[in-house]
Design a protein around this ligand. Structure first.
Ligand SMILES: [Zn+2]
Ligand SMILES: [Zn+2]
Length: 107
């Protein structure tokens, strides 16, 4: 699935258009080039379905959409801040511990 960055349209495959490239060393050249079927923009990218909310999002080495990521990060940030206050320690130390748990698949 692809998602257009300009109009937000979702599509299975980009529409191919022949761009008119000027003569290339005397030979007429044209190259097929993919565009959004809705608005014709070339600003589109591969999109994945978010496992949490089902929205399609651009794949940028992330595993869920921006909204879910923000929700998760806010929830963790609040908890981390509270714990750091309770223990009067640095939030980095809690993040380190949390990271270790995630890495070892313990949470
Ligand atoms: Zn578009
Ligand atoms: Zn989501």
């Amino acid at each position: 699935m692809y998602k257009c960055e300009d109009c937000g349209a979702l599509f299975d495959s980009p529409k191919l258009e022949m761009s008119r490239v000027a003569d290339y060393w005397g030979f007429p050249a044209s190259e097929p080039w993919g565009v959004c079927p809705e608005c014709g923009s070339s600003e589109f990218d591969i999109a994945n379905q978010c496992p949490m909310c089902g929205e399609y999002y651009m794949v940028n080495r992330r595993n869920c959409c921006d909204q879910c990521l923000t929700t998760i990060s806010e929830a963790f940030q609040d908890t981390i801040n509270e714990l750091a206050k309770d223990w009067s320690c640095n939030t980095d130390e809690i993040k380190e511990a949390l990271y270790g748990l995630v890495e070892r698949d313990e949470i």
